[in-house]
Design a protein around this ligand. Structure first.
Ligand SMILES: *[C@@H]1O[C@H](CO)[C@@H](O)[C@H](O)[C@H]1NC(C)=O
Ligand SMILES: *[C@@H]1O[C@H](CO)[C@@H](O)[C@H](O)[C@H]1NC(C)=O
Ligand SMILES: *[C@@H]1O[C@H](CO)[C@@H](O)[C@H](O)[C@H]1NC(C)=O
Length: 275
């Protein structure tokens, strides 16, 4: 596929012409049909499958008669052309955002200051201290999630991802501080009260190498809202990033629908502590 830029001349006033650049995309052939590669994928020169939210779909069944499916949701049995739900995730995973806008295509979700966000200004905030005898160099410092609602952090007591039950915002819990009096206690993390730990992973279903889905009883949804926010201390129009909301609150502003996809990664990609 090639993209061609050419100029379209538009008559503006009686005497002046302005040249406006227009991006044009070549039409490709799939059997007898023509299509744009930005919108469809051609399989075996006969089946066109649409790209949905930046994610190509695939045909199921040898003839393609079974229609097209998102491989982040189903697996297809080539023998009988039957779609089956992907299993629930059992591996540690990273999360990426996909959407119609270029800014939403394969954007990694990062953890910073209790929020999970994406975009050029979203930061990955991690910290490693010698507490717990950890070798900091053994962490790859990616934002890695575990299917049971934990963040992949090694800090005693752990950290947890959750959807705020009333606001719908995707967040994670803070790490506990070590006890002040280290001469006495071992750090009793089992007894620790971590605020909002009780919401960890609640109402979210994660497919192995597939969609990260809001799955509250009676309202399952592939959609999340990506909402542009100014980061704390930032000036409007600078330092903005997108936060993610479950489709709970319909009156969100500056938001777009996106999909969130989990990708299985090695557990060693995580961090000691998300700060
Ligand atoms: C991860 O971050 C820690 C400090 O928090 C640093 O010591 C370590 O080298 C980093 N690991 C990598 C792979 O960059
Ligand atoms: C730490 O705990 C020990 C034993 O309970 C106690 O004697 C000591 O005063 C404590 N120190 C501080 C700074 O609280
Ligand atoms: C840690 O907390 C648990 C649960 O509250 C308690 O049963 C246990 O005795 C505590 N252990 C220590 C060493 O304080």
């Amino acid at each position: 596929m090639s993209l061609k830029c050419f100029l379209t001349a538009l008559a503006a006033t009686s005497s002046a012409f302005f040249a406006i650049p227009v991006m044009a995309e070549d039409r490709l052939k799939c059997g007898e049909a023509s299509y744009f590669a930005s919108e469809y994928t051609c399989h075996n020169d006969k089946t066109l499958c649409p790209t949905v939210f930046g994610l190509p779909t695939k045909p199921c069944g040898g003839s393609g008669s079974g229609g097209c499916y998102p491989p982040q949701q189903y697996s297809c049995s080539e023998e009988d052309g039957i779609l089956r739900d992907l299993p629930e995730a059992s591996s540690p995973f990273t999360l990426s955002v996909w959407g119609v806008r270029k800014a939403y295509q394969n954007q990694k979700i990062k953890a910073c200051g209790g929020y999970l966000a994406f975009g050029a200004n979203a930061r990955q905030c991690h910290l490693c201290t010698a507490a717990g005898g950890k070798n900091c160099a053994s962490f790859k410092n990616e934002t890695v999630f575990l299917p049971d609602g934990r963040m992949n952090a090694a800090v005693p007591g752990g950290q947890y991802w959750y959807v705020h039950p009333s606001e719908g915002l995707l967040q994670y819990t803070a790490a506990l501080d070590p006890p002040k009096n280290t001469s006495t206690s071992s750090w009793n993390v089992t007894a620790a009260e971590i605020p909002r730990k009780e919401f960890a992973g609640v109402n979210v279903k994660v497919h192995e190498n597939g969609f990260f889905v809001w799955d509250k009883e009676g309202s399952s949804s592939h959609w999340w809202f990506a909402c542009l926010v100014t980061l704390p201390g930032g000036v409007i129009s600078t330092g903005r990033s997108w936060r993610l909301y479950a489709p709970l609150t319909p009156d969100l502003k500056d938001c777009d629908l996106v999909r969130v996809v989990a990708t299985a990664v090695d557990k060693s990609n995580g961090v000691y502590k998300y700060s």
